[in-house]
Design a protein. Structure first.
Length: 395
């Protein structure tokens, strides 16, 4: 029997995942115990009155939104954050009842109708958009006021009303009869930095708005500011909800935050050896012969490539794990396949499982390792795995 066989059913509802037996050349394993462990670790550093919003946008950072959402809610998260209306609808269609905040901007009548119909909670970013919401809901005679989340720009320069105009904006939203303010929030630009100056300035602006609202007799029902980095770095940033993405998936937003709690990576990427052969010295490997064997070499082909989310820029730079050992990748990574030098493990068999990201014995390769090599961030690596790879849940 080959080791590391996927143990349970495919979890995503993508059409091509309906045929897992056709696509077992490569897959993504989602460790639900690690996911649940991370949620509990995060809850352990929150005060009892702070709630955990698991951010499951972008198909739960490539992990599969529905399975992740169900698991994190079962483990103690109380909110879900998505980027778009369809992401929210996907969760509702799967029977998920928890409150869902749409972090992105929504403007059109169709979006607003869908938000109302599926009981999603939008982010309000400007007076103009708030009026469109109010008018659209009035036109469909929406019965109960829609819970909305007022977004302030305190220094990220992305979505939201500038903090200087925040009090006026909140007062406007309060006056609109079809809307009820569920929370006021902002987003930090530099929470992962070693230097807290900018983050502190953003928090001060946020606090200033809250103080101003209180002098106007407005008590904000719920406040939130923290992403993963802020949640791990400073309890004073937690407020009523923390919005955590990356840390839920078991990765640290910065090296200096590794000591705060123990987290376990949830995602592993695996593929099978599809052919093994011996090539003589001087043989070129893959497109453009970017690798030439200097000695006789045992070569293994595996069925995963850049169309699955293995970045082509890792060609000749990455390693994989087989039988707990590190093995170098050689030649250009192609669309659906890549090659390995398995000379150190000459009896590797066709059909054997290779770990591209994950742990085998004492060896571990993480999304952060790839990100460091590619000069990017682990968030982008996780979101890069395509739906051609079935997501397989393991306990
Ligand atoms: C994506 C996102 C988060 C989560 O960020 P992480 O760094 O992955 O924890 C939180 N808040 C907002 C507004 C986001 O867009």
């Amino acid at each position: 029997m080959l080791s590391h066989e996927p143990k349970s059913s495919v979890t995503s509802d993508q059409q091509w995942d309906t045929y897992p037996w056709l696509s077992q050349r490569a897959w993504v394993e989602i460790n639900l115990s690690a996911l649940s462990y991370n949620v509990k670790q995060l809850l352990s550093i929150l005060s009892p009155q702070t709630q955990l919003m698991a951010v499951v946008k972008a198909d739960a950072y490539g992990h599969g939104a529905v399975t992740v959402a169900q698991t994190v809610l079962d483990s103690g998260a109380s909110w879900l954050g998505v980027a778009t209306v369809p992401e929210g609808i996907q969760l509702r269609k799967a029977g998920i009842k928890a409150p869902i905040l749409i972090l992105g901007a929504t403007h059109t009548r169709e979006q607003i109708h869908a938000i109302a119909q599926w009981k999603l909670q939008p982010t309000l970013i400007s007076p103009k958009q708030a009026l469109v919401f109010s008018n659209t809901l009035e036109a469909i005679n929406y019965k109960t006021p829609l819970p909305v989340h007022v977004k302030l720009d305190t220094g990220m320069s992305r979505l939201g009303t500038n903090w200087q105009e925040a009090a006026e904006f909140v007062q406007l939203v309060q006056r609109l009869p079809d809307l009820t303010i569920a929370s006021i929030y902002s987003h930090l630009a530099t929470a992962d930095s070693l230097d807290p100056t900018t983050m502190k300035q953003q928090q001060q602006r946020f606090e200033q708005v809250i103080a101003q609202l209180r002098t106007l007799g407005i008590e904000p029902p719920c406040l939130h500011l923290a992403n993963s980095a802020a949640t791990l770095s400073d309890k004073a940033l937690h407020y009523d909800i923390v919005r955590v993405g990356l840390a839920v998936y078991g990765l640290y937003p910065a090296d200096h935050l590794c000591l705060s709690i123990d987290l376990k990576p949830v995602l592993q990427v695996k593929a099978r050896v599809t052919q093994v052969k011996t090539i003589p010295p001087g043989t070129g490997v893959s497109y453009s012969h970017q690798f030439i064997a200097s000695d006789e070499l045992r070569l293994a082909v595996i069925g995963i490539g850049y169309a699955d989310g293995v970045p082509r820029n890792l060609s000749n730079k990455m390693q994989v794990l087989i039988r707990g050992q590190r093995v170098p990748q050689i030649g250009t990574i192609t669309m659906d396949q890549l090659m390995l030098d398995v000379s150190a493990l000459p009896d590797v068999q066709e059909g054997e499982v290779v770990t591209l990201l994950g742990t085998e014995g004492k060896e571990q390769i993480t999304a952060e390792d790839w990100a460091n090599q590619l000069n990017t961030i682990s968030w982008e690596i996780l979101c890069g795995f395509k739906h051609r790879l079935p997501r397989v849940a393991v306990a």
